[in-house]
Design a protein around this ligand. Structure first.
Ligand code: IPM
Ligand code: MN
Length: 360
């Protein structure tokens, strides 16, 4: 197959981990007889530096012309402690999600047996973790208007808004995912306090009759935050709004061993983007210590979701799992490890090559 992939590496460790993911995709193309054409474009702080815009027009065009988008990370410390900054790197990511209509962010959380000992949580809690979070990505308090400051600057406000339509379209995806998995869907909200959460409950409840084989339950987000690390085995599919999903998936990454492990897909009706859930981790940039696994597993999701290349994506996942079992991991997973980003990436590629040649 011939496919065009937009590559938006972004800031911090983004370029390093994305480079590994691209190498993995190239190796897959080689072995399975595909042709992937990569087109790079700017986003985030590096885009502001070069164009003044965190999501330039050219980048938008590259995304629209591609069959799928691979994204790294954005953010730079020079903006984080400057409340007066008019343009921020994060606006690039948010603008991209909104403009390309990427409303459903899918974040799978799985634990690896070989990493259970490394978790700050007890083995028996982490063991067998396997759930997926459907995080709504283009609504809620991230985008609601009005937002800003009163004239004298003494008061600031954000607005959380959700429409029935925004809830329904991602809820259908979450119900369908549950049907293919453990048939258990948990809506995480704050319906005891928020009007938007009460709408989420009403809408999702009214859809349940269409999915009679799925067991639906509801959980307040504070309780869910506790349950995720006390009894992660309870969860199969979690459906939640934008900000709650942001928060609980960072928390959930502890179950997978490190924030650097988790991939994600952001999909809509026309476009799809794949990115590790971690940020730009500027302290690690250029040091060859960032974990490339989240980016590499994002590439696996890209092949599966956008190109329907199931064998190819499974081969990547198997190579990643084998690499972890062999202890070839970065230092976020194992503090005594001497393997860096490039060594882990190269090892995964070598496993990928040998596994494919064994099969063929
Ligand atoms: C994420 C990130 C972003 C978010 C930031 C960088 C705007 O934390 O993708 O989870 O909050 O959505
Ligand atoms: Mn986040």
């Amino acid at each position: 197959m011939n496919k065009k992939i937009a590559v938006l590496s972004g800031d911090g460790i983004g370029p390093e981990v994305t480079h590994q993911a691209v190498q993995v995709l190239e190796s897959v193309a080689d072995r399975f007889g595909h042709q992937f054409i990569f087109e790079e474009a700017l986003i985030g702080a590096c885009a502001i530096d070069q164009t003044g815009d965190p999501f330039p027009q050219d980048t938008e065009q590259v995304c629209r012309n591609a069959d799928a988008i691979l994204f790294g990370a954005i953010g730079h410390p020079k903006y984080d402690n400057d409340p007066s900054a008019k343009v921020r790197p994060e606006q690039g990511l948010l603008a991209m999600r909104k403009k390309l209509g990427l409303y459903a962010n899918v974040r799978p959380v799985t634990s690896y047996e070989a990493l259970e000992d490394k978790s700050p949580l007890k083995n028996e809690i982490v063991h067998g973790t396997d759930f997926v979070v459907f995080r709504e990505l283009t609504g809620g308090i991230y985008f609601g208007e009005p937002r800003g400051r009163t004239e004298n600057g003494a008061t600031a406000f954000d607005t959380c808004v959700y429409s029935r339509h925004e809830i329904e379209r991602i809820a259908h995806q979450a119900f369908q995912a549950a049907q293919k998995r453990g048939k258990h869907l948990t809506l995480v909200d704050k319906a005891n306090v928020l009007a938007t959460s009460r709408l989420w409950r009403e809408v999702v409840k009214s859809m349940a009759a269409g999915y009679p084989d799925v067991e639906l339950d509801f959980m307040f987000v504070d309780n869910a935050a506790m349950k995720i690390i006390l009894n992660p085995g309870f969860f199969d599919v979690i459906l939640t709004e934008n900000m709650f999903g942001d928060i609980i998936t960072d928390e959930a990454s502890v179950l997978a061993g490190s924030l650097g492990m988790l991939p994600s897909a952001s999909t809509g009706d026309s476009y799809a983007l794949y990115e590790p859930i971690h940020g730009s981790y500027p302290e690690a940039a250029g040091k060859n210590i960032a974990n490339p696994v989240g980016a590499i597993l994002s590439a696996a999701m890209l092949l599966e979701y956008s190109f329907d290349m199931l064998e190819e994506s499974a081969a990547i996942r198997e190579a990643v799992a084998a690499s972890i079992t062999e202890g070839i991991v970065t230092s976020d997973i194992d503090a005594s490890s001497t393997y860096g980003t490039t060594e882990v990436g190269a090892h995964i590629i070598s496993l990928l090559k040998s596994s494919v040649s064994l099969k063929s």
